[in-house]
Design a binder for this molecule. Structure first.
Ligand SMILES: *Cc1c(COP(=O)(O)O)cnc(C)c1O
Length: 219
């Protein structure tokens, strides 16, 4: 689907939810996509991209940064604390803080590099064992830790379980964010971004619907 077609669907979903289109940002998830597919989306004007692996993102985006100085790169995958340095240097937004250890490592690097990046806390709304994210009951404590550490927490992010309808997960994330007074919600992917917009999403992360099926569909 073209960028224009995705934007049209976003617009329709926003109208239905009585929200301005400007309240929702498209994060184009370019992981595992070909250079040609990414070039086409850049050509169409998209500048906000999401990647889930630090090394892969670095190889793709460092050269493209030279050409496009208005890129905004979101890290949307799990981050190990020992990669905080590379992540802070490369990305503009970190969406996947889920522990005090990681938050501390990121804050250290942000100070060192003078890059105070906006961050999201990833919430494991389905409480799935294999998935990253902080449990819903622990979000407030992690948020307070981040706040007192001086991190810039913008909002909450979630990836609902693949085999469930996403609505309760989006509703829960919205409620948690409201409770903490956080204005941003990163939720909604190719299959459910319109639903996410209905539940207040401010950042939808769309990969395959925009770029086509990934080269390696396991990722
Ligand atoms: C891959 C990925 C997406 C995009 O998924 P699609 O279904 O291809 O839109 C969104 N968010 C995260 C965290 C991802 O890893």
């Amino acid at each position: 689907m073209t960028l224009a077609a995705i934007q049209k669907r976003m617009k329709a979903a926003c109208e239905q939810a009585a929200r301005p289109l400007s309240s929702v940002q498209l994060v184009a998830v370019s992981k595992m996509q070909t250079d040609a597919a990414v070039a086409a989306v850049l050509d169409a004007g998209q500048r906000v991209f999401g990647e889930n692996r630090v090394q892969e993102a670095k190889e793709r985006w460092l050269p493209l940064r030279e050409k496009y100085d208005d890129l905004k790169l979101h890290l949307i995958g799990h981050l190990q604390s020992n990669k905080a340095s590379v992540a802070v240097a490369l990305f503009d937004v970190i969406e996947t803080i889920d522990s005090e250890k990681l938050a501390g490592a990121l804050k250290n690097e942000m100070d060192k590099q003078s890059r105070p990046l906006p961050c999201f806390l990833q919430v494991n709304t389905g409480e799935e064992e294999q998935k990253g994210g902080v449990a819903p009951r622990d979000v407030e404590a992690l948020y307070k830790f981040c706040q007192s550490a001086g991190l810039n927490i913008y909002g909450l992010m979630c990836i609902p379980p693949v085999d469930e309808i996403p609505d309760p997960h989006f509703a829960l994330l919205n409620k948690l964010a409201k409770g903490l007074g956080l204005p941003h919600l990163s939720m909604g992917m190719s299959a459910d971004f319109e639903t996410a917009i209905r539940y207040g999403s401010t950042h939808i992360r769309v990969g395959s619907a925009l770029f086509g099926i990934r080269e390696n569909s396991k990722a």
